[in-house]
Design a protein around this ligand. Sequence first.
Ligand SMILES: Nc1nc2c(c(=O)[nH]1)N[C@H]1C(S)=C(S)[C@@H](COP(=O)(O)O)O[C@H]1N2
Ligand SMILES: [Mo]
Length: 475
Amino acid sequence: MRRTDWMWGIGVGLGLGLVGFGLRGLGVAYPLEGLFAQITHWLGTPAMFNLVHSLFGYGELAKNLAFAGAALAWLLVHPFLWWAARRRLPLGLLLTLGVYAASAFVLPGGWVAAGLYAAVFAGVILAVRRGSNPVVASSADPARRESLKTLGVLAVGLALWGEVRAQARIVWEKIAGLWPELIGQSRLYQVSKNPAFLDPNLLGRPYRLEVSGLVNRPFSLGLEEIKALPSVDLIHTMTCISNPIGGDLIGCVKWRGVPLKTLLERADVKAEAKFIVWEAADRYTESIALAEVPPEAMLAYAAENPESGEFEDLEPRHGYPTRILLPGRYGMKQPKWLSKITLSDREVTGYWAQRGWSKSAVIRTMSRIDTPRQNARLKAGEELIVAGIAYTGGRPLERVEVSLDGGKTWQKAQLRPPRARYAWQQWALPWRPQKGDYTLQVRAVEAGERLQDATVREPLPDGATGYHTLRVRVG
Ligand SMILES: Nc1nc2c(c(=O)[nH]1)N[C@H]1C(S)=C(S)[C@@H](COP(=O)(O)O)O[C@H]1N2
Ligand SMILES: [Mo]
């Protein structure tokens, strides 16, 4: 390889990377994005997922590193493509087309983009060759003409085939009836022990959160003081222990707040303290052993509105001004309208636990079919997408399986990589049914082949189990 191969290669790679980003805004698939999607998908498989996240945590860092890796790979492959195309033009261009296709094929319209990018690459290298060596580049050379023609036909063929394939590809945002990756608090279910008109509404009321008990520095904070502390964002799935199989008392929201550990460090917790006890403005109580608090636990005061991308104060019904988020546990362990945090050496049995519900309230793995709906009437021979969500409470999800025959046989659905550890995940399975009646079922499979619990159980006392099942008629 010559120095000019590096120069031109990096130059073209960078140019296509930048221009491609602009074209992406116009709807042209961006191969770098495809590369990134594949890398993150690969990182999303449980073994890698666990490794990466034990190294980099669950925040944005792992994601950003993956993108940097994709960009680097993209830049470094171009000098080799350039070198190959300079030595043997048709072969080099074919290789280039292959690299672009391999990067972009996961995206809708990816094959078309691959053809387009390869054409630009070919254009640049031909122009450069003509400039530097008019004799070699002479298009009068019949062999060259032939090979370029073949290549052109190949590129067009690839693009057309891609169009056909694209029809079969999953575009998550377009699946009607499927719940989005992130819902806003306006769509999140609401549950409380109080009749709605007795729920606390602390808007415009004086508010102070007290942190005391077995601590060396008890303190209290107003809302503005809480908001002034360093904040973090947390994608976290809220779900109620009373959610029935297939129910909608579940939703994944991006929250903002102060890590619980920030507050505990500030209070300087004494060694005797073993439990945190929460109290709320409606006299709701709960507690959790300090040793069981996940590092992501937070005092939330805002949630993202997915339409605007803006964070908004918690709605009164979701706990304004602050609430606790305790990933991995059901909603009952996450008090709203929080008024007091007490460090204690004794556990307090929470409001619902006093009434027979689980004390630990650890989330049980669930999955739900969002579309089609129960008793839907479908058209024979017409393709539809069976799709829904699954949530494990933070344990790695290996795959989701769908049965179209009432549980006799199972097939693997496509699984969208998780947004974060405590995010629910979308899954989808394209299906072209024949005439008949069908019983659809879904189940999640956790890492280590742990099947979702199939035993049908009522929500009380530990949360429902059993597979979401529905019937559809195809005519
Ligand atoms: N103060 C208070 N917090 C509470 C409750 C309550 O009744 N009072 N209900 C809990 C239950 S059972 C659930 S499922 C979640 C629901 O939170 P959401 O209404 O914001 O979805 O809040 C929890 N926090
Ligand atoms: Mo709940």
